[in-house]
Design a protein around this ligand. Structure first.
Ligand SMILES: [Zn+2]
Length: 73
């Protein structure tokens, strides 16, 4: 698609024209929603849990990794 202001070729994903800055379309509803980004917070919690789990079980994980490497070799 093209910018209606300057005719520059723009991506369908672009909200603003990279050339002249004209607003191409409205932000989707979820971009405007306020409040904390729960999906990111949830991801960080899960990630932290994995790190903690890996730290606590690092000996077992080392053994598992060694086993996997042995199988592959
Ligand atoms: Zn433009």
């Amino acid at each position: 698609m093209k910018c209606k202001q300057c005719g520059t070729k723009v991506s369908h994903d672009d909200f603003f024209c990279p050339e002249c800055g004209t607003k191409l379309r409205e932000y989707p509803e979820h971009y405007q929603s306020r409040g904390p980004p729960w999906n990111i917070i949830l991801f960080l919690i899960v990630f932290a849990a994995i790190i903690i789990f890996a730290y606590i079980n690092r000996e077992q994980i080392v053994q598992i990794v060694k086993q996997i490497l042995n199988i592959k070799l």
